[in-house]
Design a protein around this ligand. Sequence first.
Ligand SMILES: N[C@@H](CCC(=O)N[C@@H](CS)C(=O)NCC(=O)O)C(=O)O
Length: 212
Amino acid sequence: MIDLYTWTTPNGRKVSILLEELGVPYTVYPIDIGKNEQFAPEFLAISPNNRIPAIVDRDTGQTLMESGAIMLYLAEKFDRFQCHGAERWRMIEWLMWQMGGAGPMLGQVHHFVHYNPGKSAYAEERYSTEAHRLYRVLNTRLEGRDYVAGEGRGEYTIADMAIWPWVSRFEWQKVALADFPNVRDWYVRIAQRPAVQRGYQVPKYVTDVPMP
Ligand SMILES: N[C@@H](CCC(=O)N[C@@H](CS)C(=O)NCC(=O)O)C(=O)O
């Protein structure tokens, strides 16, 4: 049994989507980061960086913070939604692209463009330009492919599940998915999965899954 500590954000949804795809039992503990619940000592014992998501694997006692580490852990534990052999490294490459690039940069777009428009034209321009560059990179990777990693047209893995919730905020980012048709098709393909629609609503409903 997995305990999931999460909130209604892209990093949190990555893990709830994976758990829904795995179809394994899990217990959700909402951590309302708007109320600073991430600083509670009980949560810091599991997630010392005071950020969601985090898990406790009740079968093994393993605690984990950092969504990328959690996704690798769960994919390995259940041996699903992961590539093997050389493609495993391609999958990890795109997972790290999300963790080190798309996540932090799109997070800055959310901060400056969505939540604080007009406060810093420089920052809005800088992070919007970077966001569009990242979308171009992803669009190029998805040319002739259904998923970012895997042989042939690819296979659906944790790398897709990590990137997808960040793309789901395309409206906040003022990104027109029509300008990135491979990303749009990939986004819609994944959005239509029932497990993704369920995982998106954890720990509570905020909106329907945005559709382009
Ligand atoms: N690299 C971390 C980032 C986690 C993260 O930034 N979580 C945000 C919500 S998406 C959070 O908990 N923020 C609370 C805070 O900043 O205090 C991961 O991927 O798990």
